[in-house]
Each structure stands twice: as structure tokens, then as C-alpha cells.
Design a binder for this molecule. Structure first.
Ligand SMILES: Nc1ncnc2c1ncn2[C@@H]1O[C@H](COP(=O)(O)OP(=O)(O)OP(=O)(O)O)[C@@H](O)[C@H]1O
Ligand SMILES: [Mg+2]
Length: 282
């Protein structure tokens, strides 16, 4: 007997905040994505996992208007949209924290926090307000930066990532895309970001897609998880219906059977398990 189709995967009840139909993306001879059918409900947190080169960032870059798909389409609230640029996507309420960060290194923290949305008095930037708001944002979140006047170039990788996340959180985004927001973070800052995602999830007015490498963190903050393997979604489940073991098993099976992307998997498995035993799940 086939399982009844999950009604939350269709637009029958309410249209998804974001849905994709048959997205494909190629770079020359490399097929980065094929037939991607993804869905994120309103207020839902989707965890996107998969090993290096699986296509996670490419997918996020399509949803943020940075790349255009070769095939397929994106729907927002059930309406097909052509995302022409990152700016265009932002104007539709899609905010992104890229893996390769999008801060301006030569500008101070407070300006980065207001980039392209600067408060003004007439034609002039309202710098006093920008500084005060920046300080409040960072204090609220609990991120310690020596001064909002510091140039971003002089901050640590973790502090920079924290600023990028803070900016997107305070942007009134309807859809928030986070590409490995915890990558450059120490335990404390990483915990702060996870707390932020949890807070947004409870508020329920923003849909989040978050690329995460550590499976425990997926189960910590995500409602649903999608596993991407060499450009295809091979698992789409609610986190309560799956487990770290099942996810590791799927990845390990591919590793064991020596798929053409298997090289380096041992390293990958040890990273996501965080136990330094490459491939021992196999
Ligand atoms: N701009 C580009 N030009 C050419 N090839 C690209 C480009 N961007 C990505 N690719 C290729 O597409 C594939 C998917 O890359 P992508 O960055 O989406 O992977 P990822 O899942 O985000 O990996 P990671 O976990 O390492 O960040 C890889 O083979 C990569 O080399
Ligand atoms: Mg990536």
C-alpha cells in the first residue's frame, strides 16, 4: 500500500510560502541541480543537508535571484515568479545570508546592518539613528561586537556572520535563507544563532531555509529536513518522522556503494557526526 500523500506538500490546503517545480541548474558539464521540488510552508523551518558539492548553495542562490534556473520555476504563495536579481528577491521579502558573506568589509558595522535600507533625513543618512538601532539589534540578540563603528574587515569570521544574520532577522523578511550560518561560529555565537532561529520559528511569521552541516542542529531547530545528494532531493521528511541514524544511513549507503561522488565521504561523515570516526556509520 502506498502512503497517502502528505497534504502539506501540495498547495491544496494553503499555498506554500515557497515552492519550486522541477528546478534544474547546470554549470557547463556539471549538473548542480536536477528536478528539485521543494516546499516550505508559512512559518516553517526547513533544514537543507547534504555533503560538499551536493548543490545546496546553488539552490539557495536560485531562490535568492542570484542564479537563474535552466529549467523549472519558483512559486511564492502559489504565484510563479521570475527572480531576476538578489535585489528583486529582496523586494519580494526574500533575505539571504550567503555562505560567502555579503557584507561590505570597508564599511563599519552599523552601516552594514542597514545596507540598502538606510534611514534618512531628507537626502542625508540618519547616522545617529543607524548607530543606535545597530547597537540595540546586537544587544537584543546578545552578540558582542566591540563597537558598531568598527570596520567589518577588522572583525572575526564569526562576528561577521553574526552581523549578517542580525541584519536579515531585522529586515522584516518573509523568507529567510541561511547558507551555513553556523560555519564560522564558535559555540557561543552558534548558540545565539540557533536561539534566533528558534525565536523566529515561535513567532511564526517568517519561513526559513537553513543549510546546516551538523545533523543534531537540524533536529534542534527544524520542522522539516531535505537531504540533497548530487543535485537531487533524496529525502523530504518532518524531523519528528526521521532520525540522525536514518540520515547518516542514507549518506553512508551512498558512500559504501561508491557512488561517483563518494570520494571524501569519510571526512564528511566524521564532520556531521562530530566524533572523528570517518565512515564508521557504514
Ligand atoms: N558558479 C559556478 N560555476 C561552476 N560550477 C559551480 C558554480 N557554483 C557551483 N558549482 C558547482 O555546482 C556543484 C554544487 O555546488 P554548491 O556550491 O551548490 O554545493 P554545496 O552543496 O553548497 O556544497 P558545500 O557544502 O561545499 O557548500 C558543485 O559541483 C560546484 O562545483
Ligand atoms: Mg554551499
Amino acid at each position: 500500500m502506498t502512503a497517502p500523500r502528505d497534504p502539506s506538500l501540495t498547495d491544496e490546503a494553503a499555498p506554500a510560502a515557497v515552492r519550486t517545480e522541477g528546478l534544474a541548474k547546470r554549470f557547463g558539464t556539471v549538473t548542480a541541480l536536477r528536478d528539485i521540488n521543494l516546499r516550505v510552508g508559512h512559518g516553517e523551518v526547513l533544514g537543507l543537508i547534504g555533503d560538499n558539492g551536493a548543490g545546496k548553495s546553488t539552490l539557495v542562490k536560485i531562490l535568492t535571484g542570484f542564479h537563474q534556473p535552466d529549467e523549472g520555476r519558483v512559486l511564492l504563495n502559489g504565484e510563479p515568479v521570475e527572480l531576476r536579481s538578489v535585489q528583486h528577491a529582496r523586494s519580494l521579502g526574500i533575505e539571504t545570508v550567503f555562505q560567502d558573506l555579503a557584507l561590505v568589509n570597508t564599511l563599519p558595522v552599523y552601516m552594514n546592518l542597514h545596507l540598502n535600507k538606510e534611514p534618512r533625513i531628507g537626502p542625508f543618512l540618519d547616522k545617529r539613528r543607524m548607530r543606535a538601532q545597530a547597537r540595540r539589534y546586537l544587544d537584543d540578540i546578545g552578540i558582542s561586537i566591540p563597537s558598531v563603528n568598527a570596520e567589518v574587515a577588522n572583525l572575526s569570521g564569526g562576528q561577521r556572520q553574526a552581523i549578517a544574520v542580525a541584519r536579515s532577522v531585522y529586515s522584516d523578511a518573509k523568507i529567510l535563507l541561511l547558507d551555513e550560518p553556523l560555519a564560522a561560529m564558535g559555540a557561543k555565537e552558534g548558540g545565539i544563532i540557533l536561539d534566533l532561529v528558534r525565536m523566529l520559528r515561535e513567532r511564526g511569521d517568517v519561513s526559513i531555509i537553513m543549510i546546516v552541516h551538523n545533523y543534531a542542529q537540524v533536529f534542534d531547530v527544524c520542522d522539516r529536513v531535505n537531504l540533497l545528494q548530487h543535485g537531487e532531493i533524496t529525502l523530504d521528511k518532518r524531523t519528528e518522522d526521521t532520525s540522525v541514524e536514518e540520515l547518516l544511513d542514507l549518506v553512508a549507503t551512498e558512500y559504501r556503494t561508491g557512488g561517483k561522488f563518494a570520494a571524501g565521504r569519510g571526512q564528511y561523515l566524521s564532520e556531521v557526526r562530530g566524533d572523528g570516526t570517518p565512515g564508521s556509520a557504514a
